[in-house]
Write a protein that binds this ligand. Structure first.
Ligand code: ZN
Length: 165
């Protein structure tokens, strides 16, 4: 029997704990569907949601160590401003404090970073996950839960509608 399920949820995600700031809010009229048990989500999140039945509510906190890990100071870096040149022009519109940029390292791996500071010659960027160092508090409800199909399991994502994608 498959341990992998497709679970539809509505939930609120808060930083730190039950009274924390709301980071994400998913309403029941627009639920999200997760493939649970396939190891694609935070394991502690899967553990808490996997066994629940339809209409069952949940509320739990995932410690930062079991979520996105601690803030890594080495992921805050100063980059030379000239890498933000596009066609010989400094891409000024990208260089705003707080802006999140999709960048690539020398091997072509994607990294999301947030602009922290724009200096004369360099730009300080934070490549930590936005939820690094935070405990995550989830509160919500299971709207639907079913076994995943073999196709969904092999693709690693949920299929909706008749033709899947
Ligand atoms: Zn697919």
């Amino acid at each position: 029997m498959s341990e992998i399920k497709v679970v539809s949820l509505s939930y609120e995600l808060r930083k730190g704990g039950p009274e924390g700031e709301i980071v994400e809010s998913v309403e029941s009229d627009k639920p999200v569907q997760f493939l649970v048990g396939a190891g694609r989500l935070i394991p502690r999140f899967e553990d808490n949601v996997k066994g629940l039945a339809n209409d069952e509510a949940f509320e739990f906190t995932v410690k930062s160590d079991e979520a996105y890990g601690p803030v890594n100071e080495k992921a805050v870096v100063d980059l030379p401003k000239d890498i933000f040149m596009v066609d010989g022009q400094l891409a000024e519109d990208l260089l705003e404090v707080g802006k999140v940029l999709n960048m690539q390292d020398q091997e072509g791996n994607p990294h999301r970073g947030q602009v922290m500071e724009v200096g004369e010659e360099s730009v300080k960027m934070d490549f930590n996950h936005p939820l690094a160092g935070m405990d995550l508090h989830f509160k919500g409800k299971v709207l639907d839960s079913r076994e995943a199909t073999p196709e969904e399991i092999s693709h690693g994502h949920v299929h909706t509608g008749k033709d899947g994608h």
